[in-house]
Write a protein of this length. Structure first.
Length: 107
């Protein structure tokens, strides 16, 4: 299973009430040799223009994908990266993973 975690921090230039509390980006990539990832592109984003697209692609590119994840070399796969902005007074630790499995796609 390919899981990802991304916790967004409040950006000084953007007021917290303007930044989404929860958001997601659906990314499609190609599994490369040696568990690498290439040719990533954004398929869907819940809150465009917040910079989440680049963050999601960067996360997926740093990950490892391969046969153990059910994705063969050269196969296209999709993964949904979820983002959550914690409140300043929220002392709850972040979950161990947010996101999902890499799903092989037919295109």
């Amino acid at each position: 299973m390919f899981t990802a975690i991304m916790m967004a921090a409040a950006v000084q230039a953007v007021a917290t009430d303007e930044f989404p509390k929860q958001a997601y980006v659906m990314v499609q990539c190609v599994a490369g040799p040696n568990e690498t990832v290439s040719d990533c592109r954004v398929l869907e984003v819940s809150h465009p223009g917040q910079g989440l697209e680049d963050a999601a692609i960067a996360m997926v590119r740093r990950g490892r994908i391969g046969q153990s994840n059910g994705v063969a070399v050269g196969q296209t796969f999709r993964i949904k990266i979820a983002f959550r902005l914690a409140d300043e007074d929220d002392e709850t630790p972040p979950p161990k993973s947010i996101g999902g499995e890499a799903t092989p796609s037919s295109n």
